[in-house]
Design a protein. Structure first.
Length: 130
């Protein structure tokens, strides 16, 4: 996400969770999010906020999401030598129709990379306000 030597990772997380419109989202999560909040990510993909920790938040995909329901996606924030990093990790509770399909996995991976890259760039700029 870039160099922010005076901003702690928890401040970047708070910037995002307090202004969730920074994330490509629509629906009931445009302001401050909390565990249990439901909304739609870019493209009409419904999710629920599962957890918000000190340096991470985690969402769960709901029925109708392009990746299928039950995928947990964790966004963790860290800082090393003033450089902030957002790490995204995802896993399913059980296999889906897409699991193991080379084309499906490739398309989803590309879509996720572009989406999370946009979020990282947005947070790079807004972290100065944190």
């Amino acid at each position: 996400m870039g160099l922010h030597p005076f901003t702690e990772p928890d401040a970047v997380l708070r910037q995002l969770t307090d202004h969730f419109w920074l994330f490509p989202v629509s629906g009931g999560c445009a302001g401050r999010i909390r565990a249990g909040a439901r909304c739609e990510l870019l493209g009409g993909n419904p999710v629920e906020v599962e957890y918000i920790g000190d340096d991470f938040f985690q969402i769960n995909t709901l029925p109708g999401h392009q990746l299928g329901r039950g995928m947990h996606i964790r966004f963790a924030f860290s800082r090393t030598l003033g450089f902030h990093t957002m790490t995204v990790r995802a896993w399913h509770d059980r296999p889906t129709e897409c699991t193991g399909e080379v084309f499906c996995n490739g398309v989803n991976r590309a879509f996720a990379w572009v989406t999370w890259r946009v979020l990282a760039k947005t947070l790079y700029v807004t972290a100065y306000a944190a």
